[in-house]
Structure formats: structure tokens, C-alpha cells
Design a protein around this ligand. Sequence first.
Ligand SMILES: Nc1nc2c(c(=O)[nH]1)N[C@@H](CN(C=O)c1ccc(C(=O)N[C@@H](CCC(=O)O)C(=O)O)cc1)CN2
Length: 301
Amino acid sequence: MSTRGNTIDGFGYAKGLRERIAGRVATLKSEHGLTPCLVVVIVGEDPASQIYVKNKGETTKAVGMESRTIVLPADTTEPDLLKLIGELNADSSVNGILVQLPLPAHMSSLKVIDAIDPLKDVDGFHVQNAGRLAVGLDAIVPCTPLGSLMLLKDALKTHGDGNLLGLNAVIVGRSNIVGKPMAQLLLNENCTVTIAHSRTTNLPELCRTADVLVAAVGRPKFIQGDWVKDGAYVIDVGINRIEVEGKSKIVGDVDFDAALPRATAITPVPKGVGPMTIACLLNNTLQAACVQHGLPVPGDL
Ligand SMILES: Nc1nc2c(c(=O)[nH]1)N[C@@H](CN(C=O)c1ccc(C(=O)N[C@@H](CCC(=O)O)C(=O)O)cc1)CN2
């Protein structure tokens, strides 16, 4: 029997991934004179978004890529943002374009994402990338699901037989940026996949059938310990800020302390899936730069 109660170190895995990306970036520069360039656009002053964008800029530079950040006021019009995206699409020095979400309420994020050149859509949110992933073609894969899959595969290798084939996967959450692409990735790995959501009946019972349980509902400690099947692999995508005794604290969608003894392995929050999101963004930017220049795309990093 495999052990129980292992915590998956997303922070450490992301650090290793960034180091491997930095190695590839250095090679790309010395062999092809190419430095991948990522442009991040932020509209408004959402404090959490400002922190994520700052982190993206710093980590992009730390791996040797070029980083540009464009800060727009909250009252920017949608046509003005679309015009900027058009200019970035046409700029051959730009390899990746990311528009930080959420956008102000007067903009349609679907319309804005749709304006990004799919080859530069390093978030993997464009409908062409979503469609390509769904039919099994090469695609830019959304960063959080991609990072979650990397952590899951690594945990399976460390604590199990390394095999996802035939496992029952339950994903709680049906968003376009996490739940649906995560389902596609796990289907591609030959899991039997169920997507659950807030209207799903008998959610605790359904979760108890999951060999792989992915929580992406955005509700603090929503998944309780006794919803976790003995020996399951649990990936907690939630990042929820709560107040505990007057102090702000980040917790996931899973009641970690209650789930840990039942799970074979589980991601913590913080330092689980979160750090993988930015590391995978760099991975996608590197891949996008290679594709745009007709160079071989680095395999699994
Ligand atoms: N265009 C996008 N917008 C948003 C995305 C995205 O992938 N693309 N994801 C989130 C925010 N996000 C990156 O943008 C992000 C969130 C959290 C983390 C992270 O590392 N979290 C840490 C905790 C951070 C803290 O202390 O506040 C962790 O989990 O350890 C990275 C990236 C929404 N918008």
C-alpha cells in the first residue's frame, strides 16, 4: 500500500521548472540570437492583480526573457484595449501577450481574449487553443491546468505507479480557464473524467469516487476531509483570502488538514498549484517564441 499524507511541493517544483526554462532560454539566445518577449497588459488597479503582474515581470526577467508591462487606467474603453492588442499582434518582437484577469466590468473578457493572436496567446485561453486542445492538436495549454497536471504526474511517479490510465478523475469547477481544460488534459491521459459544479447533486458521494480530485470552485475549504477517497491524489486550485483572528490568510478550496491523512498526496495552498501558474506561463512563452520562429519546440521540461 502506498503511504498517505504527502504534501506536494509546488513551490519547489516550480523553481526547478523555471531553472530548466532559463537553461533553454540561454541556449535559444546563444544559438539563434532569440530572446523571447512577454507583454503583460493590466487594466485598472485591482491589488491582487497588481501583485501577480509584478511577479510575472520579475520571474520573466529572472529566466532571461524580455518582459514588458503595460498598465492601463480602469476607464480604458474596450475598443482602445482591442486596438492595443492589434498592435501587439502585429509587433514581431512580441512573442507572448497576456491580459491580466479579471478585467473591469465594462469589458468582455471573451471578446478581449478572442482578439489575441492564438500563436501569442500564452494564457491558452483563446477559443482556437481551447478547440485544438479539445480535439488533440498541438495547442497552448492554460497555465494553471498545465501546472496541475505536471504536479499530479510527478506525485504519481513518487508515491504510486506513475500511471493515470483508467483512474477516476473528478473536477469540481467548470470554468473555461481551469475546469474545462483540466478535464481535457486528464481525458488525454486516459482518465475517466467527471466535471462537477455548484448544481451537481450528491457532490460528497461523487468526490468519494475520485482517485484524482481537482478542486477549482473558488470557495474556501469547500471540499471536506471525508469527501476524499482513501488514497486519492488531491489538486487544490483554489486561492481564497479569508480573515482569521483579524489576520488575512490564504486557503484553498479543500480543507487541507482534514484531507491530508486520507490523501496519498495533496497540494497545499499557498505553495502548491499557484507558483506553477507563472512557471507554466514562462514555459508557454518559450514554446510560442520557438513556434513563431520555426524552431523545434522544447519537449517536456
Ligand atoms: N490572464 C490571467 N489572469 C489570471 C490568471 C491567469 O493565469 N491568467 N490567474 C489568476 C492569477 N494568477 C496569475 O495571473 C496567479 C494567482 C496566484 C498565484 C500564486 O502563486 N499564488 C500563491 C499565493 C500568492 C499570495 O500569497 O497571494 C500560491 O498559491 O502559493 C500565481 C498567479 C487570475 N488571473
